[in-house]
Structure formats: structure tokens, C-alpha cells
Ligand binder design. Sequence first.
Ligand code: NAD
Length: 367
Amino acid sequence: MTQTYTIAVLAGDGIGPEITVQALRVLDLIEQKRDVKFNCIDAPFGASAYFSHGKSFPDVTKELCDSADAILKGPIGLSHEESEKIPVEERPERGALLPMRRRLNTYANFRPISLPAGMAHFSPLKKEVVGDGIDIMLIRELIGGLYFGGKESGKTDEGVRFVKETLEYDENQIRQILVVAFNESMKRKKVLHNIHKSNVLISSVLWNEVLEEVAKDYPEVTVIHMLVDAAATHLCLNPTQFDVMVMENMFGDILSDQGGGILGSLGLMPSACMGPDKAYYEPSHGSAPDIAGKNLANPYSMIGSVALMLDMSFGMESEAKTVWQAMQSVFESGFSTSDLSKGGEGIQLLSTTEFANKVMVALEALL
Ligand code: NAD
């Protein structure tokens, strides 16, 4: 019998719809070539949902996400100026993204920072630093830490405005993300970089204590401790030393964007957000209002998120590999999108649609 998967498609804001439409073409093609059916259902999410439904995470979307086999999410958000038109509590991150992560319990965020040798010329780093390419799996805790702790703001008795935001974890939250990271290390090179700030933050002290306990179950994994500020430098100077990295929520938000920087663009950054029962897949980047609607966005991050979904939610590992191969073959044969290079010197620039067209041709031949 044909296997059918229901996918909630939340195209989002800015470049979201234009890169989502290209990613869905990949699913269409796989349907034609394999005995599988993807029942893709659109739902409003983010700023566009606020303007059409009065809420950035409407009930109809919550219900669809609850029943879907997986969720494919485009980036959300507006420019700083446009955001001011939405009440603070309904702004996309606060009103939609963080509530979705909490609701679905997607505590483990996999952010591959990957640049195969044939695409190494896109990195702004020197050739000798990039070597044969970069292949890091950054694992970010996604539903705790500074972004989910208590928040307070007000005025002191003296009338001075203040804010208080807390970085909160209990040992169970820390343990569950570390187990994910150790398991991932076991599948890869068995080297785990633990990124923390225990010289200042007591949250990192507890994190490291729990790590010592979890590590006992993984004697084959070598753990390397690194302070988060030093990790930022090492990512630029010697990225090939890393294999799996694990860290607190905000540390991961910031370092993964730096990961996009060392590859050459955030447009190369897909991600998977995994919970015990649900998973959603999204580019690591935002809605890129500066290029929205111009057919300039690089859809690699969104198509890559589909590849992660095929592999991690549907067990279609070989199809996922083929999708990566198809995208990389286009970039390796003298083409680029405008985020990755200015063109010239044997490199031809492609629009969003042109890049996706070439990927489809390559995929058709490979599947
Ligand atoms: P951004 O990630 O949207 O853009 C940063 C830079 O990267 C821009 O120059 C942009 O053009 C470029 N870029 C990003 N993705 C690209 C792609 N696929 N192809 C080509 N270039 C790409 O960050 P920002 O401008 O700081 O934020 C814009 C909005 O996105 C804000 O409202 C922010 O809150 C939101 N945001 C949402 C998410 C999410 O949905 N998970 C994540 C980060 C930021």
C-alpha cells in the first residue's frame, strides 16, 4: 500500500513563500518516482497570519500541526519597522515561533553547518582553513535556557526602568539534549564539543555536571569543553576541528548564524527541530525582508530542510542524500545564487527559480 504522510506547510513571511514553493516541487517529484504520497496542507503562521487571522499562530494551524506527520516551516518575521505594526505579544517569534516550539516539545535543534569540498569556494575563509570542506552538526537546546526563562520588566521605587530575564534549566532538560548530542556523536566521529560558559554562568556549571554523568554511558565519545566566546573564534580560525557541538539555546542561535557566515550565506543553513512525538523543519535563517519578492533568495536552506524531513521523519535516507547531491551538483558546476557570490570569473548567477529548475533536472536524473 502507498505510504501517505501529511505535512503541515507553514510558508511564513518574507522570502518564506518563494522558497517553500520550490521545496514542495522536490516532494512532488519524489511522489512521482516512489510509492509514496505527501499530503501537503498549507496553514497560516507568522506576521502574515496575524494580518489575515488576527493571530500569528492561529488555532487552525495549531490543530493541523497536532495532527500532521511532520511540519515544514518557512522563516517568519518582518523588518524592524514593519514589526511595529503588530502588538508585541503577537509578533512572530513571541506569538508564534516560541509557542510552537513549546507546544510541540521540539527540544533538539539540529543545525548542519556543512560545505562540501566542491562548494568550498563560497566560504569567506581562506582555502587552507576550509581544507576539504566543513561538516559540523550544531545541536542547540531549543525550548529552555535564556529564551524560555521568566521575564519581568518595570520600574524601581526610584523610577528607573529595568528588565530581568532568567536562564533556567533543570537537570532533566539538560540531560535530554546531551543524550541527543552523544547519540549523534556515536553516529559520526565520536568527538563532542561541549560549548558552555561555566566561568561565569552557574547554568553552565549544572550543564557540565550533568554532562559528566551522561558521558559515563558513552565511553567511546571524546568530550572537548570549550567556552562559547572561544568557540566563536575557533569557528572562524579552525572550523574543521568540530564534528558535533552541543549548547544552550541562545548560544546555539548565535553560533549557528556564525556557521552560516563561515559557509558563505545563511541561505545554506537548513534545520530540524525534533521532539519526542513531533518534528518540524525550517531554515535556520529569518525572512530576509531585504530580498523578499525579488526571486533572489537561495532555496538551498528550505530544500535542505525537506531533505532532513525525508531522512529524520520518514526514514527516506537515500532520497534525502539524493536531494543534497542534486543541489550540490548545481553549485559545483559553476553556478551560484547572489547571496554566495557576485558572479563572474566562470560563475553564473541564478535566481531562486533558476536554481530550483536546475536542481529538479539533476534530481530527476538521480532518483
Ligand atoms: P535574516 O536571516 O532574515 O537575514 C540576514 C541576512 O541573510 C540578510 O541579508 C538576508 O538577505 C540573508 N539571507 C537569509 N536567508 C537567505 C536566503 N535563503 N537566501 C539569500 N539570502 C538570505 O535575518 P534578519 O534580517 O535579522 O531578520 C529578518 C526577520 O526574520 C526578523 O523579523 C527576524 O525576527 C526573523 N527571524 C526569523 C527566524 C525564524 O523564522 N526561525 C529566524 C531568524 C530571524
